[in-house]
Design a protein around this ligand. Sequence first.
Ligand SMILES: [Zn+2]
Length: 227
Amino acid sequence: MFVSEGVSMLELKMQGMVIHPTLIWDETSAILIDTGMPGQLDDIKEAMEEAGVPFDHLKAVILTHQDFDHIGSLYEVVSQFSDIKVYAHELDKPYIEGDIPLLKVRKEMEDIINNSPKAKITDTLEDKEVLPYFGGIEVIFTPGHTPGHISLYLKKSKILVMGDASVSENGIMKGPVERVTPDKETALKSLAKFKEYDIEKVISYHGGLCEENVKEQLDGLASLSSK
Ligand SMILES: [Zn+2]
């Protein structure tokens, strides 16, 4: 789904639901934010094609965090390239690289995750760091859902790629899902950080695009931590 000039929200199927990696692109290059479930390389290729972006334009992958539905096809994607950047926050890096077990893995996924090859993070990201791609991608450190969770602010389009900082449903932001958010207090505090940004649209990995009353909704999320 085309969201803004050079920004597409992909749709991948996951156990009867839809998840939303974000693709940022121009004529010659593209960056993928999050990589779906294990075994979704072909789905990602197809979704990129639908967005009109050739798969071989990929120059970098940014991971919002370590959960298996975000890093699932990372290895398959990066193994298609001889030179591709992989970005993540330092605190989630050892989990993603397999040095420590992922914090949250569903029982039925354990074998697949443990036995699959791991990709390396080439560059770690810090809060407020701005990656110099496509008019600037600013990192917002939003821990709580995982220790190294980040959200990404696309400066040119004023789009916030939320990751799992909050899920949404039919354009309504719902906050983090308690069951999969080990540090809820920190997760709620993280939501207040979005107030500093001029945000026009939000992409949630689970729930997709929010484009109505965005500022009011973000204010609402920010106030959750004081309740
Ligand atoms: Zn997650």
